[in-house]
Design a protein around this ligand. Structure first.
Ligand SMILES: NC(=O)c1ccc[n+]([C@@H]2O[C@H](COP(=O)([O-])OP(=O)(O)OC[C@H]3O[C@@H](n4cnc5c(N)ncnc54)[C@H](OP(=O)(O)O)[C@@H]3O)[C@@H](O)[C@H]2O)c1
Length: 359
């Protein structure tokens, strides 16, 4: 007897199931993004051809790099065109499959962007299986942010027992993992985060030795007191005033993995503080400091499988803790993203686009 698929049932019973909602870039931001830079559009749900599958987004990752994609300034990646779908990593479920290796109900990690559904031919898609323990972790601790922390700290930072590691945005997707790995490597770990609640979490829950509020008027003095032996590794996520506080404390042969500069992404001149180029380069030379930028998948893609194995073990053993900040509803993605650039998220920011069971 003919049994309608879940997809067909939804099509028949729920008109909203025939629509794909998508958020596009309406205009380029001048400074901080505003709501008018985004537009929610509806399109008819696409049908997969042979060799394709239909994916339903359950979780959408919101990440700072998306601010760069909204700009057409030269970068390592092409910008999103105006009127085009906002890019983003997603964890989805296979709704219809005409593709070997992907069964209906499987969870997948892919780059479907800010929308309810997407067609895929399987390229660049990681099948997470039918029952991953925590599907959304593939966007955070077991995905790009965790991988960034792991490679940036271990390959460039090269922390050694007894050294002092400083990391800003310390409770976020990248920073929280950097600090915890540094603790596993027996380093003294000093976090920098926005506000007392985040700082308390970094010390009490994540096990950092200290954590300081970057808005504190005496950040420089407090950081010097928290790093009595200077700083050996500074994992750079932020730039601006945080780097100014770190810079005089760097030890000979310090290493700086330059991961991100979020304080500067909205082009706020005040946030960039005064120009440090000349004293910085003098110190780089005299102290033989190593500064290296990296773009995680361009530089380290071949290490991803090893990373996932190691990080899964650490998470299962309770050695790495992970906090998500979940926002409900695709339509709330723009506001959540604008908040990310102001430090309103507490943990890895993820949008729940559909219920897990519904998908
Ligand atoms: N190179 C790469 O391949 C790569 C890959 C992933 C991420 N990144 C970079 O890594 C950094 C962290 O990313 P994430 O995904 O883990 O984000 P996140 O830390 O979860 O969220 C961003 C955080 O940045 C902090 N922040 C925002 N504006 C700030 C400012 N003006 N001054 C100081 N802190 C500010 C806020 O935390 P507080 O409230 O604690 O200040 C905010 O919560 C970003 O710079 C990102 O671009 C780079």
């Amino acid at each position: 007897m003919y049994q309608p698929t879940k997809h067909e049932k939804r099509k028949a019973s729920n008109m909203s199931g025939t629509i794909n909602r998508r958020i596009v870039l309406a205009s380029r931001p001048v400074a901080a993004p505003v709501a008018a830079n985004f537009r929610l559009e509806n399109e008819t749900l696409p049908s997969p051809n042979e060799g394709q599958m239909l994916l339903r987004t359950v979780y959408l990752s919101l990440d700072p790099y998306m601010r760069g994609r909204m700009s057409d300034a030269p970068s390592y990646a092409p910008p999103v065109g105006t009127g085009q779908l906002m890019v983003g990593a997603t964890v989805s479920r296979v709704e219809i499959s005409n593709l070997a290796g992907f069964a209906v109900g499987d969870w997948v990690l892919s780059q479907n962007g800010w929308q309810d559904y997407a067609l895929s031919d399987g390229r660049g898609v990681l099948n997470l299986g039918a029952h991953p323990a925590h599907p959304s972790y593939a966007l955070g601790v077991l995905g790009m942010p965790g991988f960034t922390a792991y490679m940036g700290l271990l390959d460039i930072g090269q922390p050694k027992p007894g050294e002092t590691v400083v990391v800003a945005a310390a409770t976020g997707g990248v920073g929280s993992v950097v600090g915890q790995i540094a603790r596993l490597k027996e380093c003294r770990v000093v976090g920098i985060a926005g506000g007392t609640e985040k700082c308390r979490y970094a010390v009490e829950e994540l096990g950092f030795d200290a954590c300081l509020d970057h808005r504190a008027p005496k950040l420089k003095e407090e950081l010097a007191a928290a790093c009595p032996k200077g700083i050996d590794v500074y994992f750079e996520n932020v730039g601006g005033v945080v780097f100014d506080a770190v810079f005089p404390l760097l030890n000979a042969r310090a290493r700086i993995p330059v991961c991100g500069l979020i304080a500067t992404y909205n082009g706020d001149p005040a946030a960039e503080s005064k120009c440090r180029t000349s004293p910085l380069m003098t110190a780089v030379l005299k102290k033989r400091i190593r500064i290296q930028g990296f773009i995680i998948f361009e530089d380290y893609a071949s290490h991803f499988a090893d990373f996932r194995k190691q990080m899964t073990e650490w998470c299962e053993a309770g050695k790495i803790k992970y906090r998500e900040d979940r926002v409900s509803g695709l339509e709330n993605a723009p506001e959540a993203f604008m908040g990310l650039l102001q430090g309103k998220n507490f943990g890895k920011l993820v949008v729940q686009v559909a219920a897990e069971a519904e998908a």
